[in-house]
Ligand binder design. Structure first.
Ligand SMILES: Cc1ncc(C[n+]2csc(CCOP(=O)(O)OP(=O)(O)O)c2C)c(N)n1
Ligand SMILES: [Mg+2]
Length: 283
């Protein structure tokens, strides 16, 4: 099967050096791989939020849904529940998923919905020109915090582990090998798969020189317990200069939300009847 280019003719407005290009190429490669391995492109749906990351919906030639800010997961939930045969992948920003849409992220993980969430974590609101986000480091000077923030960042991997995500990985846009591997593993994982990608924002938060000195590749560590994974996750807190492990942190098998509600679906015709019954009962 010939590789599809999958890049649209839309004018690309990402800045030179933007980490989103790596994510675009990684996604393209993985979608091509999956097609060869039996997941046709027609069965893939990409859902994006609002922000620079969200332009992925314009630039990748796959079925896509440009959602609203912070709402990739509710849209993805609807798609997956209505069409469990589809492979649903969200591209969300750190502002998108860790600020505006945080509750949805937690509920997605809690339900172990069978979708993949990739966070373009540039640790800044890129599109709106440089305000701080929940993962910006302490003291971050941006448009809305000229004197520097006075609050510590969250560690999203920690949050996802405690919320019930069954696949957790961390990538970096300057390590395409690990990025491709993580995206593919996450999509093939049955359950809520979460990949936080340290994405270079060339204009508002370019810390690639720091990342380059701190990143290392995790070993294949399938047998980690929850406590061990948490310890590993806490090695770097999105703030200091501790080593930053790239790769798969956690993987677990568990029933998914879509499996649990399978067979409990009501047909279009019966829906009205069931609503009337519920109303009658509660009258
Ligand atoms: C409900 C709502 N609130 C705020 C905005 C304004 N807004 C557009 S993009 C954005 C932040 C984008 O940051 P992030 O999600 O990190 O994406 P990035 O641009 O960094 O990829 C904000 C606040 C909006 N469009 N909708
Ligand atoms: Mg951002």
């Amino acid at each position: 099967m010939t590789e599809r280019q999958l890049i649209t003719d839309s004018q690309n407005t990402w800045c030179p050096g933007c980490g989103n290009f790596s994510l675009e190429y990684a996604l393209r490669d993985v979608f091509n791989d999956l097609e060869k391995e039996g997941i046709p492109l027609e069965k893939i749906v990409l859902v994006t939020g609002i922000g620079c990351h969200a332009k992925m919906a314009d630039y990748l030639d796959v079925n896509s849904f440009y959602a609203i800010h912070g709402r990739t997961i509710p849209v993805a939930t609807g798609i997956k529940l209505a069409r469990p045969d589809l492979t649903v992948v969200c591209c969300a920003g750190d502002g998108d998923a860790y600020a505006e849409g945080l509750d949805h992220l937690i509920f997605g993980a809690k339900r172990n919905l069978d979708i993949t969430v990739i966070i373009h974590n540039n640790r800044v609101y890129g599109l709106t020109t440089g305000q701080y986000t929940p993962t910006s480091p302490l003291g971050f000077k941006g448009r809305s915090t000229p004197e520097g923030t006075q609050e510590s960042p969250i560690n999203p991997l920690e949050l996802m582990l405690t919320s019930g995500a069954t696949y957790i990985g961390r990538g970096y846009t300057k390590n395409l090998k690990v990025l491709r591997l993580l995206i593919k593993e996450a999509i093939l994982h049955k359950g809520f798969s979460f990949v936080d990608v340290l994405q270079i924002c060339a204009t508002y938060f370019d810390v690639h020189e720091i990342y380059d000195t701190l990143v290392y590749e995790l070993e294949k560590q399938e047998a980690y317990t929850f406590e061990e994974v948490m310890k590993k996750i806490r090695e770097w807190d999105y703030n200091g200069k501790a080593p930053i492990g790239l790769g798969t942190y956690y993987r677990k098998e568990a029933p998914t939300f879509d499996e649990r509600i399978k067979g409990k679906k009501i047909s279009e015709e019966d829906r009205e009847k069931v609503i009337q019954q519920v109303l009658e009962k509660n009258r």
